[in-house]
Structures are given as C-alpha cells and as structure tokens.
Design a protein around this ligand. Structure first.
Ligand code: BYC
Length: 476
C-alpha cells in the first residue's frame, strides 16, 4: 500500500478505514507534538532543515529530500509490505502462519517488548536535545536533526502497534512513553544506556555507532517475530537505522582523522600536545569508545535469560538474521557455552541450553559487526603513519548487566583488584577532565561550509549537494 500524505497522520496502513484507531492516534498526536517542543531539539523548531521523508516503503521512497521545520515533519505509520504466506520461522510454532492479531497468551510479553523498544526512541531524542547548540557544522546539525525526527517516527511506529493491538493498556503505555524521561530520577527510561547523558558530539557519534547498532540487532530480532505487524514495522525501521549508524561510523572516523592530522602537523603523539592544538587525542577517543561500547553490550540482557528462551520458543523474538545465519531454527535440544567468572578470580565455560543463551548469541553477532568500523578507523590511523590502534573493550569490561556485572576487569578482559581498577579507571573510561576538555572544543560552527577544528570535514555532502550547502537555515 502506498503512503497517504493527505491524512492528518500519514500512513500506509489504511488508517482512514478504522475510525476508532484513527481518533485514538489523533488524540495522541498533539501530546507527541507537545513532547517534541518541550523535550526535542532545544530551540530549533523554527529552523529550516534539509530532511528526507519517506514517500514509500521501498528503497526508492527514500530519495525525497526537502526543506522543512522539524515540527512540520510528517511523522506517520509505515509498515514494510506484507510477505505473502509468511510463516513463523523459529521456535515451537515454526511453520505455522504468522499472527495478524496478538495471541492472548503472548499479549503481556509482546507489550513489554514493544514498550521497551518504543521507550528507547524518545529517550534518544531527549539525550541529544542540547547538541544543536554546539554543532561542528551545518552538515552535522542536519544529520542530528535527521536522526531526531526519525527516532520520533520510530516512536510513532511502536505507538501505532500499542494503539492498534493492545486496547486500553496499549493507549496507557503510549501515554507513559511520553512521561518517562531520560535521566529523570523519578521516572527514568527503561534501559540504562538511554539514561546516560549525551552532552558532546563525540558521545553522539559513539552512541550512533554502538547504541544504534544495538537497535539494528534488536530490530532484526523483532523483524523475525511471528506477530506480523511487529515484523513489518521493524523491517521498515531498519532502513532508517542504517543511516544513524553511518553518522556514527563517519563521525568517529572524522574525529580520528583530525587527531592524526594534528599529530603529523605538530610532530608529536603526546595527548596533551594534541589537545593544545585543538584536536581530541586518541586516548580520549578510546575511553569514550570503551564507555559507549560496554554500555551498549548491556542492552542485550543477561547471558542466560529465561525471557529470551520463552520469547524464542513462542515465536515472538528470533535471532538477528534467523533465516539466513542459522540452520537450527528449533534450537530445542541444543546447548552452547559461554565464558563466566568462576568466583575464584578465574574464568570457566558454562554450558546452557541454547534457547537460554540467545541474548549472548545475538551479542556475539553484534560485536562482530562493531569490528567493521574499527578496521576502517585503524587503517586510517596506519595510513597517517601513526603507531596506535583503537580497540573494542573486552565484553567483560565495565558491565552492569549479566555475569560480568560489577567484576573488576580491565579493557583487555583480565581480572584486576578493586584497588587497581579504581586507580586505573581514569585510563579506561572518560574522566570529568576528559569530558570538560571535549566540551571546551565544541564551539558552535554554523557558517555554511565551515567545520570545527576538532573534526575533519565530511568527504561529501547530502543528496548530491556540496558540503558547503546551507543544510539548516537558522535565521527565519
Ligand atoms: N538496562 O532476561 P534479561 C534502539 C532488564 S536500541 C536496564 O537479562 P531479556 C535505539 C530486562 O528488561 C534497541 N534493564 O533480558 C538505539 C528485564 O526486565 P524485566 C532497543 C535491563 O529480557 C539508539 C531484566 O533486566 N530495543 O532501538 O532477555 C537510538 C532481565 O532481563 C537491561 C530492545 O531492547 C539494561 N541494559 O532482554 C534509538 C528490544 N537489560 O522485563 C533507539 C526490546 C536487561 O524482567 N527489548 N534489562 O522487568 C528486549 O528484547 C529485551 O527487553 C532486552 C532484555 C533485550 C532489552
């Protein structure tokens, strides 16, 4: 079905044929806009932004760019096309037709997953709301706003499912999605990473590289769902997620590029000298990476999870790329093993039924995917003639969820004493002084074509436009 923009809520789900649902969503819409004005990109609601909007759910639909004010963005409800005769592809109901409605016995589980997914979307907009004031260029400001409006749309995607399939509870949950706030002491967001402040662009780039990539993996898992409306929603969301991760990949790359350029210019790899020259040194970049990577690893949940086993068994949540990456879609009688602390300062392998270890299996696939950027960034460092390497921290490092939570382990994965951890923490994770240095270089640059000194310019512009194009017009 094509997307109808003539309606108050653009959609490709035939919303006008369901007046009750349409009215309920039209009732939620002004609350969403109030939330956007209050908690969205601060002070930029009047700016003209060069943004892309979906006009259809196939790949061609993405070619549509135009200048608009963010509150006028056409947030709507877009599901990927139905796959004819789709069958559940894993678990105990494998081979049965997918569900068009929520089976009563899976209602609360599905609602919990949809609420958890939905909660991350407005959370990320809240986390990033002040970054526009310290943007390194208009090109980057546009990227931020593109991500923000799309996260707003992802919220719409989950709110549609809640309203359309979960009756009154769903409507209440949709309201609560606008009431919890990132970092709020009394009513925080559900998952830890989404309560972490993002107060500088290096954090933003790490977040979009690592945390949006968790989004990719979780959406892939939910795209396998036997609940077909959830699967179709997630399939379309994945097309938007890819752009967010590319902002992270290119952004971190540009910060590294500038660091190594400055190192060559000044003929020194002394971090202090690099900072004095106005760039962010590689050790700070590594510490930021360690933080956001370890926090994002927590988002996969515990290594052993009965929740994960149940959602898999019931055909609710599969593994990322279930159909192509695995052959054992039943996974009932299989076991797997993973590393866990043995309680005596060592490591042992724990054997568990495969279905209980699914969070770990998806996390391992995610880590492999994270390595791609590292290879690109390290090639860039080597090409500049600098002898240094950026590394992913061990999955045991700095964890707050799962068997490694609270263990004192260094970024290479070795146990260290509590004292050594405390003494060396400042080498491994961002310190207050790192953060204040990073914030100090983030002066706002809004002249078309100009880029802040701490980051290399982008190699190309957006939608065939030059880098110096005025992607955001602030004076209106
Ligand atoms: N922080 O059995 P467990 C994205 C909770 S990102 C706090 O170990 P389970 C995006 C867990 O909820 C993708 N709590 O794990 C990116 C559970 O609580 P309940 C977001 C945590 O249930 C950037 C309890 O601990 N989507 O889209 O197998 C920008 C025991 O859990 C955390 C999803 O996450 C944590 N890190 O799996 C914008 C998909 N980890 O329920 C957007 C939906 C676990 O017992 N969510 N807990 O009260 C899920 O599939 C699952 O809830 C999880 C956890 C994978 C998160």
């Amino acid at each position: 079905m094509s997307i109808s923009y003539a309606e108050r809520i653009p959609n490709n789900v035939g919303l006008s044929d369901n007046r009750v649902l349409q009215r309920a969503l039209e009732h939620w819409q002004p609350k969403f806009l109030d939330w956007w004005r209050e908690m969205g990109p601060s002070d930029f609601n009047a700016a003209d932004c060069y943004l892309r909007t979906a006009t259809s759910v196939d790949s061609k639909g993405w070619a549509t760019y135009g200048s608009l004010k963010m509150p006028d963005y056409r947030w709507g409800i877009f599901l990927a096309d139905k796959m004819p005769d789709r069958k559940i592809g894993f678990g105990d109901f494998m081979g049965q037709p997918v569900w068009e409605q929520v089976p009563g016995e899976h209602r609360s589980t599905l609602r919990r997953l949809i609420v958890t997914q939905g909660d991350t979307e407005p959370a990320s907009v809240e986390q990033q709301r002040l970054l526009g004031h310290i943007c390194p260029s208009l090109y980057d400001l546009r990227s931020l706003f593109q991500i923000n409006v799309e996260e707003g749309r992802h919220l719409w995607a989950m709110v549609y499912l809640l309203h359309a399939y979960f009756g009154r509870d769903g409507r209440e949950e949709a309201e609560a999605l606008l009431e919890r706030h990132s970092g709020n002491r009394d009513n925080p967001r559900i998952l830890n990473t989404f309560n972490e402040p993002i107060e500088d662009w290096l954090s933003l780039f790490m977040f979009t590289y690592f945390t949006d990539r968790d989004g990719k993996y979780q959406l892939k898992c939910l795209a396998e769902s036997g609940f077909d409306p959830l699967s179709r929603t997630c399939r379309f969301m994945l097309t938007e997620e890819a752009y967010h991760m590319s902002v992270g990949m290119l952004g971190v790359g540009r910060v590294i590029k500038r660091a190594v350029e400055v190192m060559s210019e000044i003929g020194s790899d002394d971090p202090e000298a690099v900072r004095r020259a106005g760039a962010i040194d590689l050790p700070i970049i590594q510490r930021y990476l360690n933080f956001w990577c370890s926090s994002s690893l927590d988002l996969f949940g515990s290594e052993v999870s009965s929740n994960a086993a149940t959602t898999f068994a019931n055909g609710i949540k599969g593994r990322a790329d279930e159909a192509t990456a695995y052959t054992d879609h039943d996974a009932r009688t299989l076991t797997t093993s993973f590393e866990a602390p043995d309680g005596h300062g060592g490591v042992r392998r724990e054997e568990v039924p495969l279905r209980n270890a699914l969070n770990e299996i998806v996390r391992e696939a995610y880590i492999k995917d994270c390595e791609v950027g590292l290879r690109i960034w390290n090639r860039m460092i080597a090409k500049a003639g600098v002898k240094a390497e950026i590394r992913l921290p061990s999955p045991r490092f700095n964890r707050t969820v799962g068997v490694w939570a609270g263990r004192h382990v260094d970024p290479a994965g070795n146990f260290v004493s509590e004292e050594a951890w405390a003494a060396r923490r400042a080498n491994w994770l961002p310190t207050e002084s790192d953060r204040s240095f990073v914030r100090s270089v983030m002066q706002r640059v809004i002249e078309p074509g100009k880029v802040a000194a701490w980051i290399a310019p982008p190699e190309r512009g957006v939608d065939g436009k030059p880098v110096e194009y005025e992607y955001v017009r602030l004076q209106t």
